[in-house]
Write a protein that binds this ligand. Structure first.
Ligand code: ADP
Ligand code: X15
Length: 399
């Protein structure tokens, strides 16, 4: 099995050819203003886009943003991303106000050699994420019509069996972009025989996505530290009340089983910062993890937990971290993420941070990016890669 690369495509010559690029431009946005709060994922795809522009391709970029429900939803428009991408490329990006409709067709047709277009959010179309093969195929046919070749540079989405990731490669000559190649190369170091102790830190809010991964990772890791929105389903499984914290009730049983099987590898918070609302100025206190008041919700791990997690990280030789330890976007709830991130940088381990928000947290908290071994653009994708799963977006590129 081989995967052709962007260099292979460039060697064939792309001048004047339409090249469809799947990027992961799912950037965090400010909830009030809609402004992009971290452009790391846009920067990450620049090497691929720059190379195609230099080679004179007509570059058609597509991406998802957030989780709209298969219909246009203005809060998830990629328009601001087109603006930022244009600034970073140093040339305007032509924005199509739909994904495969009239605007997309005329925008793509009008492209001159070396110009870039961005289509509106793929997930404004039901076919993108549909579990029905025929529905996905119909959307993929429309999208594929915009390219003569396809480049997958959306590492953060390679674990999704979605039309733009999984079905397009069957329709167009396809290659992996620079970002996908680099991510796979670095993560390969962790997927093989990681140096021990191997410590994985998990947090964030995509609870059900990641619970499935924990089971697969448990035999491989020496310690698994769980904070962020992830921890409350586990605390509940231990018999504690979690107030109005993020909770996946239907996963409590799974967590109970995981804890039983974990042979003491799983470490949970012993204290949390509990607030009376999900708001930056909410009243809050540090409470024991087994004493979260009924009307409060945990928005960060507490200082005792940070100290415990730091101790569990101290002698690590390999660390993988995905998911903020709290709602770091609000300064009152950023201390857990900062503390754990700092503890990770103090180890002499090979350290990998994965995930759009985790990478954004590293930058937002002013931590030195170079003190991590690798900052991956994909959280779920890197976790599933480490799990050894066949990732739909990677498998589809193989010939
Ligand atoms: N205790 C918590 N309650 C609710 N949301 C949380 C909590 N801790 C962290 N989060 C949120 O999790 C989000 C990131 O989750 P996720 O998407 O899983 O991470 P990543 O993008 O790094 O993979 C952040 O926006 C953060 O505010
Ligand atoms: O943000 C993403 O993943 P991540 O939060 O696991 O890093 C990717 O853009 C995938 O998005 P999705 O989890 O809505 O499919």
């Amino acid at each position: 099995m081989t995967i052709r690369t962007l260099d292979d495509l460039l060697a064939e010559g792309v001048s004047g050819r339409r090249v469809l690029v799947r990027a992961d431009l799912n950037v965090p946005l400010d909830k009030q203003t809609g402004a992009i709060t971290d452009d790391g994922r846009i920067r990450a795809v620049l090497p691929t886009l720059d190379a195609l522009v230099q080679a004179g391709a007509k570059v058609v970029v597509c991406s998802h943003l957030g989780r709209p429900k298969g219909a246009p939803d203005p809060q998830y428009s990629l328009r601001p991303v087109a603006g930022r991408l244009g600034e970073l490329l140093g040339a305007p990006v032509h924005f199509a106000t739909d994904t495969v409709g009239d605007s997309a067709r005329s925008t793509v047709e009008a492209l001159a050699d070396g110009q870039v277009a961005l289509l509106e959010n793929l997930r404004f179309n039901k076919g993108e994420t549909s579990k029905d093969d025929a529905e996905r195929a119909a959307f993929a046919d429309q999208l594929a019509a915009f390219g003569e070749a396809y480049v997958d540079d959306a590492f953060g989405a390679v674990h999704r069996k979605h039309a733009s990731v999984y079905d397009i490669p069957a329709r167009l000559p396809h290659v992996a972009g620079r970002l996908v190649l680099r991510e796979v190369e670095v993560l390969g170091r962790l997927a093989g025989e990681p140096e021990r102790p191997y410590v994985v830190v998990l947090g964030g809010s995509k609870v059900s996505d990641k619970l499935a991964v924990i089971e697969a990772l448990l035999p491989t890791v020496d310690r698994l530290l769980i904070g962020g929105g992830m921890c409350f389903t586990f605390l509940k499984a231990q018999g504690h009340e979690v107030g109005t914290s993020l909770l996946e009730e239907e996963m409590v049983e799974t967590c109970r089983t995981l804890l039983e099987r974990s042979a003491g590898k799983i470490m949970l918070p012993v204290d949390v910062v509990a607030a009376d609302a999900f708001a930056p100025d909410a009243a809050h206190d540090t409470v024991a993890a087994d004493a979260i008041p009924a009307k409060r919700l945990g928005l960060d791990i507490g200082p005792e937990t940070v100290a415990g997690f730091a101790a569990a990280l101290a002698d690590a030789k390999t660390v993988f971290w995905n998911g903020p330890m709290g709602v770091f976007e609000m300064p009152a709830f950023a201390n857990g993420t900062r503390g754990v991130a700092e503890a990770i940088t103090k180890t002499d381990a090979f350290t990998v941070v994965g995930g759009g928000d985790s990478a954004a947290a590293v930058r937002a908290l002013g931590l030195d990016e170079s003190s991590f071994g690798h900052i991956s653009t994909g959280g779920g994708a890197s976790l599933e890669y480490l799990e050894g799963k066949t990732l739909p977006g990677i498998a589809a590129l193989e010939d």
